[in-house]
Ligand binder design. Structure first.
Ligand code: HEM
Length: 154
């Protein structure tokens, strides 16, 4: 297979989005508008207020890196989303629906419909894997029977 055949076989998810309107600046605007809306949400606002108590700027910059990596494949983000969410004990699956709805509204307000759809598609897939990690954890295979009984409240 030559390289162009490989490129054609590659799923679109692995390619940077080709929309000249999407760059670090416009992704930064999306991130800021999104978190400004989340912070006003009656359910999610208090969760974020509890977790991010000081300056929001580092979180906003980290999330801009994250979305640049996801959408433009810049490799700017080097964090670990799963542990960051595993420690949020009172977050439910329904909270993810709220998160995704606000994210979708924000993306639709700022980008062309096809571009907003790409952001939403990526967000939904990542949300799915975060939910798997948070709510559907299997017992660690090599933990003893006592560990599992304790984990189940025994
Ligand atoms: C109800 C849903 C969610 C809640 C309540 C939530 C909340 C949080 C909180 C409190 C943090 C830690 C902020 C900090 O201390 O810096 C965080 C980090 C983060 N979140 Fe979420 N999140 C949710 C869903 C999502 C989704 C769907 C995505 C991706 C599409 C996402 C991506 C991230 C990333 C990349 C980080 C940074 C992790 C790191 O590298 O430290 N979150 N989130």
């Amino acid at each position: 297979m030559n390289s162009s055949a490989i490129d054609q076989a590659r799923p679109p998810a692995e390619r940077p989005l080709a929309d000249p309107g999407v760059d670090r600046a416009s992704i930064g605007v999306l991130v800021r508008e999104f978190y400004s809306r989340l912070r006003k949400n009656e359910r999610l606002g208090p969760i974020f207020a509890r977790e991010i108590t000081g300056d929001w700027e580092p979180h906003l910059e980290k999330m801009t890196d994250f979305w640049c990596s996801v959408i433009l494949k810049t490799g700017d983000y080097h964090g670990r989303p799963v542990p960051a969410h595993l420690k949020l004990k009172d977050v439910t699956e329904a909270d993810f629906d709220i998160w995704l709805a606000i994210f979708g509204e924000t993306a639709a307000a700022l980008f062309a419909p096809e571009t907003a759809a790409v952001f939403v598609d990526r967000a939904e897939r990542i949300a799915k894997s975060l939910k798997l990690a948070m709510f559907f954890r299997l017992p660690v295979p090599n933990s003893s029977a006592t560990d599992i009984a304790t984990a189940e409240g025994g």
